[in-house]
Ligand binder design. Sequence first.
Ligand code: ATP
Length: 285
Amino acid sequence: MNQKIIEQSLCVKNLHVKIDQLELAKGMSFDLHPGEVTVIIGPNGTGKSTLLKTLFGDINRQQGDICFGETSLNKKWLSKWRKHFGYMPQDIHLDIELSVLEVVLLGQLDALSLRLNESMVSEALYALEQIGLLHLADRPVNALSGGQCQMILFAQAMMRKPSILMLDEPVSALDLHFQQVLLDHLDRKTKENRWISLMVLHDLNLAAQYADKLLVVKDGLIVSHGAPKTVLTPELVKDVYGVDAEVTVDGQGIPFIRTRRSSYKQEPDNVKTKLKKETGVSSVF
Ligand SMILES: Nc1ncnc2c1ncn2[C@@H]1O[C@H](COP(=O)(O)OP(=O)(O)OP(=O)(O)O)[C@@H](O)[C@H]1O
């Protein structure tokens, strides 16, 4: 008899988050589904990291429900809630005296607290091999470059085999090659394992390429939520970032955003001469 697997979504309803006097979520509601990569985009300081921290239970909400299937986020059962998650926060510095392999193994912390076995080590080594960093296994993490650290933390987050994987600007320190390795890997694993993947990116073209859904946030509100080709329009880019952009769609239906360089106006010579005469200095701007 075929057993039907019941898939659970992450559901956020009427979320309100306030830090000091800043209202970073003003009644946000959205659902995230298994097998989909959702990318959060939005201006600096608008509350993208705060949203991830709130979903993880690091920041308290004022109001609203956060549920994963039948379970809801509740401070009393925080460690149980967090077992569903793999979470890679922004800008983590690995200033600890552990090897790369040990840091990746920490992704299986719950299991490790029982016992470390050979299959866990093999799995961690395999994870490193898959992202092309097996040669770093014995290196101390505090001697790695920023980009290498980012890749190792990604491997660690995946080792948790999470139902929900959250990555905060995971490619900010990565070169073109490793951006592709990480994002391809994330996409494939999300689909194979039916994870709910949620990440913050600033690069709209990477977001357009890798997101099944975009979640656009600004001023504590969800401005738009849907497939990149419906969400990413010149109007949205202007509204959210105040930037003029051309948006074209390629043969695969993936939008491509091209911003225009702001026009640079040089001061006319007579203004420069007048300024020098009056102040004795040349304009440096
Ligand atoms: N613990 C805190 N105490 C005080 N203010 C905070 C705290 N955490 C975040 N903030 C403020 O909340 C706002 C949103 O921060 P957050 O890091 O969530 O934004 P973001 O959208 O992720 O920004 P960026 O794109 O620049 O990384 C910022 O103004 C930040 O200074």
